[in-house]
Design a protein around this ligand. Structure first.
Ligand SMILES: Cc1ncc(COP(=O)(O)O)c(C=O)c1O
Length: 357
């Protein structure tokens, strides 16, 4: 704390990202990265970008990338906004579209960056409890609000909300923006992008960090009505003219265009997820249904924090949330390669055997 800090800084509670430890031979299943590398075409595009042209600023509007995203989704470039990771797209969305007199609504258990943005931008919010089975009930959001935001699938639960439920919400919630954060939608869910032409209040946010294996490149985007996109553009152009560098733009274009690679690796993750869930169930875990590249699992009797610590001793890192209390028994486990998931299951068997010799 310092006397030089502004009042805003005094009031912040910054988001704490999952750790990125530098230990050798670690099995890292804590931050929902893809266990497979990006498309070889992305690497080729990045190598081509390492040239004399780096002395020049990149395209401030990332026009080629917007066109590639629009083409992928069958939309127009005017319906696309891009940013430095979907976290930046989310930050601009909170400031541009979700700060109003009525409270912003989001689930009580959700991506923990949402309340952080609210504090940064002075946005009032109200959390809506998930059901007893950790689901979003859209009827609970039928109340006056300054906006609604939720991830689908939700994080850290992994639970999916059906597209028909999102549409049911959009039909009744017409006077404020509904943001669907689809960071994990490519691992088995139905995207709400198909609804953006029909519902001008819908904004859908995607990232290239997960299904396209580019967490290190920092690219995310939003699609929605051009009026919503304009609002984001106005904030971006008042904040940073060049949020995406030349590498990010070139790599992201190649990633959006390589559909075959994308289909292949997301399918591999889904297949490994099915196997991991059945292996964990055989070890007395109950696992929430997951539409994401992670699962949320609790052991019938063992403590979540204790299991996390024991896995860590065996060089396997998973994520554990102490709060709120009702998720404290759970481990959030990223789907790794088949080998990594087998190692996790073996470690859990060993932990069980040591406890009950
Ligand atoms: C629900 C959700 N939204 C957005 C993000 C941010 O992703 P990125 O900034 O890497 O695009 C994450 C990251 O884990 C997430 O879990």
């Amino acid at each position: 704390m310092s006397k030089f800090w502004s009042q805003v800084v005094h009031n912040l509670t910054p988001y704490v990202p999952g750790e990125q430890p530098k230990l050798p031979n670690l099995i890292k299943l804590n931050t929902n990265e893809n266990p497979y590398g990006p498309s070889p075409k992305v690497l080729e595009a990045l190598r081509a970008e390492a040239a004399d042209s780096l002395r020049l600023y990149p395209d401030p509007d990332s026009n080629k990338l917007k066109a590639a995203i629009a083409e992928f989704h069958g939309l127009s470039s005017a319906q696309v906004f891009v940013g430095n990771g979907s976290d930046e797209v989310l930050a601009h969305t909170f400031q541009a579209l979700l700060k109003h007199n009525a409270a912003l609504l989001f689930p009580d258990i959700t991506y923990s960056f949402y309340p952080v943005y609210c504090r940064l931008y002075g946005i009032q919010y109200q959390t809506i409890p998930l059901t007893g089975s950790f689901e979003i009930n859209v009827d609970d959001y039928r109340q006056p609000n300054g906006g609604i935001i939720f991830p689908n699938p939700n994080a850290p639960t992994g639970r999916l909300l059906a597209l028909a439920e999102i549409e049911r919400l959009l039909k009744v919630n017409t006077d404020s923006v509904v943001v669907v954060d689809e960071a994990y939608i490519d691992f088995g869910g139905e995207s709400a992008v198909v609804l953006v032409n029909q519902y001008p209040q819908l904004l859908v946010i995607h990232t290239l960090s997960k299904a396209r294996s580019l967490a290190g490149l920092r690219v995310g985007y939003a699609v929605g009505h051009p009026d919503l996109i304009d609002a984001l553009q106005r904030v971006k152009d008042s904040f940073n003219s060049y949020p995406l560098d030349r590498f990010a733009q070139a790599g992201a274009v190649a990633a959006m265009q390589d559909r075959a690679y994308f289909e292949n690796i997301r399918q591999k993750v889904i297949t490994t997820r099915t196997k991991l869930i059945s292996d964990l169930e055989a070890l007395d875990f109950s696992v929430l249904p997951s539409g994401a590249n992670f699962i949320f699992a609790r052991h019938v009797s063992r403590d979540g924090a204790d299991l996390t610590a024991q896995l860590r001793e065996r060089s396997i890192i998973v994520r554990h949330f102490k709060n709120p209390a009702r998720i404290a028994p759970f481990l959030r486990i990223t789907i790794g390669t088949e080998y990594q998931c087998r190692s996790l299951v073996e470690a859990l068997r060993e932990i069980e055997a040591t406890a009950n010799p």
